[in-house]
Design a protein around this ligand. Sequence first.
Ligand SMILES: Cc1cc2nc3c(=O)[nH]c(=O)nc-3n(C[C@H](O)[C@H](O)[C@H](O)COP(=O)(O)OP(=O)(O)OC[C@H]3O[C@@H](n4cnc5c(N)ncnc54)[C@H](O)[C@@H]3O)c2cc1C
Length: 472
Amino acid sequence: MNYDYHIIVIGAGSGGLVVASGAAGLGAKVALIEGDKMGGDCLNAGCVPSKTFLKSAHLADAIDRGKMFGLEVPSPVVHMDQLMGRVADVIKSIEPHDSKERYEGLGVTVIEGYGSFVDAHTVDVGGKRLTAKTVVISTGSNPFVPPIKGLDSVPYYTNKNIFQLKSLPKHLIVLGAGPIGSELGQGFKHLGSEVTMIDKSPGIFGRDDEEVGPLMLQQFFLDGITMELGATVVEVRGSEGQIEVDIKREDRICTIKGDSLLVALGRKPNTEGLGLDQVGIKTGPRGHVMTNDRLQTVVPNIYACGDVTGPYAFTHMAGYQAGIVIQNAIFPVKKKVDYRAIPWVTYTKPEVAHVGLTEKQAKEKVPGYKKYIVNMEANDRAKAEGDVDGFLKILVDKKGIIIGTTMVGEKAGEQIGLANLAVVKRLKISAFMSMIMPYPTELDIYKTVGLQALKESFKPWQKNLVKKLFLK
Ligand SMILES: Cc1cc2nc3c(=O)[nH]c(=O)nc-3n(C[C@H](O)[C@H](O)[C@H](O)COP(=O)(O)OP(=O)(O)OC[C@H]3O[C@@H](n4cnc5c(N)ncnc54)[C@H](O)[C@@H]3O)c2cc1C
């Protein structure tokens, strides 16, 4: 059968762009369909605007803490229009990389419009039908907005419109203390908003190792954020500038009053209008497109990658899965996904970074695993930087091979890279001891943890033997 394209990609976000450019680079004839903005959520309403916003917010916090460094500085005046102007400028500076023009230059046919399945090999875009041997669903996700009483008649922000704010909220109520709620909530607090975060869970950072939640909760308290945990949102009322949220905890209802509301209650995979029924693809309990470990749906020529399929909603995950899809769609030898070394970072202050197994997973999967923890206080550079509220925790298997790492610190997102390589390459914890680290760096903490492991592995009989043979 003759098709128009080898591959049709639906959605030009982090996943779809990689599939399209990679497959075109290998000589495939590719059509890329995008209904909204090229670059998807990461560029337009996710990673890029949020991290740019956080730069200003954490800088404001650093200025506010100037006294600690012997610098008496007045609190910064926040010009929200300029701050968000910078956010827009950074997006603009990256846009060309994800643009229609660039992709067309790479040989990809970019089609504007929403795609929906007609059959397993045919996709409709605005009445035009395209056919391909392989179709890739990379339609991403949107903010999940639950049916809370009153929410639909109250103005609220999500990640889609918060970066267009023109003035600083006086009191921002954040529904959800997950990664997005925590990053943005703390950011607005650092800029000077009063912030109340509400979450039904009794703790925060539940996906991370158990040492993280209490440390970050204490940090949020020190920041002055009001945390309403273990609380269910019952009703939302109000209008522009006057928001009331009723929350219920242990049968008691109380009302939180603020002027702005941010809904950060998780993500909903984008499958509406895709015509999945037309091809017999079902979604899972949380709305994800189900695939096998080769990222193939129940229809063998239809693949999925990125947020729409899960299980991790990160840009680097969408990119990784896209690589697997390219391999499996084009080459006869099929590759399976391997989720053993997935890194993630929550860009709060301090940052929380992780790679590999969590301790909960290690308990289930790795009998005899060991853990080593060193507080940032043990590191000279961290002391000099005033970055002592954190730690490096390394999990190893029985042979000392690193299976997981969690790090909390101001630059943990960068510093987790070393552990990432160690997990991917299955290095032993002793490998850190073979590096000469420049002094003073925070990365030196990896050697401290390596030394701790070495000391612990040194048995009393070995010490006695050394004493007897060499230290007479
Ligand atoms: C506030 C926020 C901060 C984040 N920060 C980080 C971070 O720091 N690091 C990180 O790794 N991840 C971060 N993420 C997550 C990251 O943005 C996503 O994991 C990533 O964008 C997923 O890529 P994707 O290709 O699956 O989907 P997307 O990037 O969302 O792209 C999907 C595209 O498909 C299009 N589309 C949908 N349906 C159709 C259709 N039927 N036809 C045509 N086009 C369609 C959409 O318009 C969209 O452009 C953040 C997310 C948010 C919301």
